[in-house]
Every structure is written in structure tokens, then in C-alpha cells.
Design a protein around this ligand. Structure first.
Ligand SMILES: NC(=O)c1ccc[n+]([C@@H]2O[C@H](COP(=O)([O-])OP(=O)(O)OC[C@H]3O[C@@H](n4cnc5c(N)ncnc54)[C@H](O)[C@@H]3O)[C@@H](O)[C@H]2O)c1
Length: 429
């Protein structure tokens, strides 16, 4: 982190004007830093990485993680604290991720402030004494309340930049969580070799059970691994995430606030909210196996996806936080390998040691992309590589799930919710 080169005076983390503090455990570094205390205030913190030759000095920072009580945020907080950074979590503890206003995850040692990223006073207070921001708070759902997606994901990000610019805050890096969803159906190649970017599949076509996307020549197109070059956001979530990226990268560049957008693929691992309808394949298939149900697979199970392990995601977040070379750019952050949904079901079945045939009733989720796999070569050029397999994600998730209470309630709740959202539809005829 030699590139983050502005040691600065930090106020004590306990200074807060607004925001409902529910715990401040001090978040003192757990690595082996040299602490320089001046007049009771932490002036700056420094430690070396790689003790012998080539050791680089790393400045330790106060890092704000919005959405830090969530899945990616809590793992990122733990990793940052392990390196010696101090972490302040800012999270509104939104249901259904958090039940009854209790944080689903509370990384030990992190300062926790309850507040909403759309609340200017609370955000201003939360940014006090902060050196870097990891902005993960987001509205993610299947609901058609379109404005909420933009309110939280886009306006919340604009507010973050507004405060940093207005207050002239010396923020050294902002990492924002975007999504692979910005690509919609991604890039395709037609039978005649033409590259095209299809729109979402129409309800009409899906109701006939025609799953594959046709090229301009009327023949089935071939899905390509999608690089960062061209986006095609199709739903309210994806559009709000792409807007968030533009706010971060363009305002960041204009006001010289180094900013990076991470387009996560499907992130998997322990600590992913059981109640989040958005948390996808790992939760759904593991719950099915846990309760000895046949896993329900939509369409024909041949959709391609890439799955990335949470530990690889955390490592990538830290990579872009630490490297100037990442500034003002968007990066794909995926698993680097394509799996069909049926492949993934097989992985889950193997980990559970259960031989439950997938149930394919001919239903589909309206709005799902047919295939989407990210090209991760750009991020790899910064020295990051995905190290973990979906098998590991499933193994770790299974172990974590077995430790949770009231898992039966969760299954009933999520089934009811998907039904009530009318996301799942049937093929006609
Ligand atoms: N998990 C994935 O597979 C995935 C994939 C692509 C993108 N992302 C993005 O990564 C980020 C983190 O995702 P996650 O999986 O950890 O989700 P999560 O739901 O586990 O965590 C999100 C956190 O944000 C908080 N939050 C929501 N609205 C807020 C608001 N208005 N103010 C303050 N806090 C708020 C929630 O309470 C929650 O703790 C999100 O921006 C998400 O869009 C995640």
C-alpha cells in the first residue's frame, strides 16, 4: 500500500454527532503494527508486509464500510482488521437480510454505526476521520419499486461524493460494489461471426420454453465471455448499479478522489443472508439438500454462470484498495470459469453426499439472463487470481448453515416470498 502516501491525523473513532452507535469496540489493529500515539490520538499507523527483503511499508487506515453488516462487507471488514486497519461499519440493517433490527453479521472489533446511506447528516458523521470507503450498501430485490433502487444505489452514491467534495475530505480511495448485472445478457456471437449485445428475452419467447438467444440472422447465438468494454443494463438493479459506477468513476476523476468499481459475479460463501431472495444458487440448492428436497432448477439447467468465492472477493477488494493502478476503472470480479446451473447442482449434491435428482418443472425466473460469464483478465493484471472453487464455497456454506438456528423457518419464508413476488413463471402449452 505504499501508494497510499498521505499519513494524516485521525480523530478518535468514538466521535459521532449523528447515527445510532450500537457498539464501538475500538477496532484496534490485530496485526503487528507500530502504533504512534500522539496526545492520545492515533497519529498514524504503519507496519511492514513481507518482513525480509522487498518489505513494503503499509499505512494503516480508518476505513468506512457501508453495508458492512452484510455478506461481503463483514468478510471484507474482518480481512482489513486482520491487516491492522480500523473499520467503521455503516449499515441500516435492512430487512430481510437482518431480522428484527439485529445485525446478521457483526465483525468483532469493528465499530458499528446504524444509519442509512441516503441520510446526509448520518453519512457526514460516518465519514469523519475516514481515509478510505468501501461502499457496499445497496438495495437488491426483485420488487418493482424502481425508484428505491436509484434512491439507495445511485442517489446514495452521489451523496457520498457530494459530502466528500463539500467537506474536502482527504479520502484516499473509494471502492464501490457494482455487479455483473450491468452486462444484461452480455456479449454474443451470431452464426455468421457478428458480435452482438442482445436485449432481455421477451416473456412471449420464454413462455414457449425457447431459452437460447437468437442472433440477428435468426439462428441461436453463442454466448461470449464478457469483458468490461460494453455494458447493457436491463433491469432496475443493473441500471442503478451502472449509474452508481458512473457517479463514482466520473466524479472521482473530476475531483481527484481515487475510485474503483467492482463488478462482482455471483459471490458465494458463509455468512450470506439466509433471508435474501437475491442471494441465489448456493443458498437455494444448499437449503434443498439440507431438507432432502429435490433442487428445483429453472429453464433447462444449461444457463452458464461464473461463481466466485468470498475469500477471492475480499482479496480483490484489498487489491484495488491498495493499488493506484486500479484507480478510476471498473473491474470484473468473477470465478474465471463457466458452469451450467446443473453443474453447480452436481457440486452441491456431491458436497452433501446426496443423490437428489434436480426437479425441472419447466418454470423460469422472468428477468434472468440466459448466460453470463465474466472475463477477469483485467483484474488479473493487478496480480489478483481467484484461488478457490465453488466446491469450497459450498463446503463452507454447508458448515455455516448447519450452525444456524431456525433454518426451517427460512425455507418457508423464502418460498413464500418468491411466490408473492411472482418472479417464477411457467412455460405455457
Ligand atoms: N453477493 C453477490 O453475489 C453480489 C453480486 C453482485 C454485486 N453485489 C453487490 O455487493 C454489495 C454487497 O452485497 P452483499 O452480498 O454483501 O449484500 P448483503 O445484502 O449481504 O449486504 C448489504 C448490506 O447493505 C445494507 N444496506 C442496504 N441498504 C442500505 C442503506 N440504504 N443504508 C445503509 N445500509 C444499507 C444492508 O443492511 C446489508 O447489511 C451490494 O452492493 C451488492 O449489490 C453482490
Amino acid at each position: 500500500m505504499a501508494e497510499i502516501d498521505k499519513p494524516r491525523t485521525l480523530p478518535p473513532t468514538g466521535r459521532q454527532e449523528t447515527g445510532d452507535r450500537i457498539q464501538n469496540t475500538g477496532a484496534l489493529p490485530t496485526a503487528s503494527p507500530i502504533l504512534l500515539f500522539l496526545g492520545g490520538w492515533v497519529e498514524w499507523l504503519l507496519y511492514s508486509e513481507g518482513a525480509e527483503c522487498g518489505a513494503k511499508e503499509i499505512l494503516l487506515m480508518h476505513i468506512l464500510i457501508t453495508g458492512g453488516a452484510g455478506f461481503i462487507g463483514s468478510h471484507t471488514a474482518n480481512a482489513l482488521m486482520k491487516k491492522g486497519h480500523q473499520v467503521r461499519i455503516f449499515d441500516c440493517l435492512r430487512p430481510p437480510v437482518h431480522k428484527d433490527g439485529k445485525p446478521f453479521n457483526h465483525p468483532e472489533g469493528a465499530e458499528m454505526v446504524v444509519g442509512d446511506v441516503t441520510d446526509k447528516a448520518a453519512m457526514t458523521a460516518a465519514l469523519s476521520g475516514i481515509d478510505a470507503v468501501i461502499h457496499l450498501a445497496a438495495y437488491q430485490d426483485y420488487l418493482p419499486d424502481f425508484s428505491t433502487f436509484f434512491q439507495v444505489n445511485a442517489v446514495g452514491t452521489a451523496l457520498l461524493y457530494e459530502i466528500m467534495v463539500e467537506q474536502e475530505l482527504p479520502i484516499q480511495k473509494v471502492v464501490v460494489a457494482s455487479s455483473q448485472a450491468v452486462y444484461g445478457e452480455g456479449a454474443y456471437q451470431s452464426a455468421s461471426g457478428e458480435v452482438f449485445f442482445p436485449d432481455i428475452r421477451s416473456l412471449d419467447v420464454l413462455e414457449k420454453g425457447d431459452w437460447e438467444i437468437q442472433g440477428p440472422d435468426g439462428k441461436s447465438g453463442k454466448s461470449l465471455v464478457t469483458h468490461e468494454g460494453q455494458v447493457n443494463p436491463q433491469n432496475q438493479y443493473a441500471m442503478s448499479k451502472y449509474t452508481q459506477e458512473m457517479i463514482a468513476l466520473n466524479l472521482g476523476r473530476r475531483y481527484e478522489i481515487p475510485s474503483v468499481a467492482m463488478r462482482y459475479s455471483i459471490v458465494q460463501g458463509p455468512g450470506q443472508s439466509l433471508y435474501n431472495a437475491y442471494s441465489g444458487a448456493c443458498r437455494i440448492f444448499c437449503l434443498a439438500m439440507h431438507f432432502d428436497h429435490r433442487p428445483v432448477v429453472y429453464e433447462d439447467g444449461m444457463s452458464l454462470r461464473d461463481y466466485v468465492n468470498i475469500e477471492d472477493v475480499v482479496a480483490a477488494n484489498l487489491t484495488v484498495l491498495e493499488q493506484d493502478a486500479a484507480n478510476y476503472q471498473a473491474f470484473n470480479l468473477g470465478g474465471g470459469k463457466a458452469y451450467t446451473v446443473l453443474d453447480f447442482v452436481q457440486i452441491v449434491a456431491k458436497v452433501y453426499g446426496k443423490d437428489l435428482e434436480p426437479d425441472m418443472p419447466g418454470s423460469f425466473r422472468f428477468g434472468d439472463t440466459r448466460h453470463i460469464v465474466s472475463d477477469i483478465s483485467k483484474l488479473k493484471k493487478l496480480g489478483w487470481v481467484p484461488k478457490h472453487t465453488p466446491e469450497k464455497s459450498v463446503r463452507d456454506y454447508k458448515a455455516w448453515l448447519e450452525d444456524q438456528e431456525n433454518v426451517a423457518d427460512v425455507l418457508a419464508y423464502t418460498q413464500e416470498r418468491m411466490k408473492s413476488l411472482n418472479v417464477v413463471r411457467e412455460v405455457k402449452g
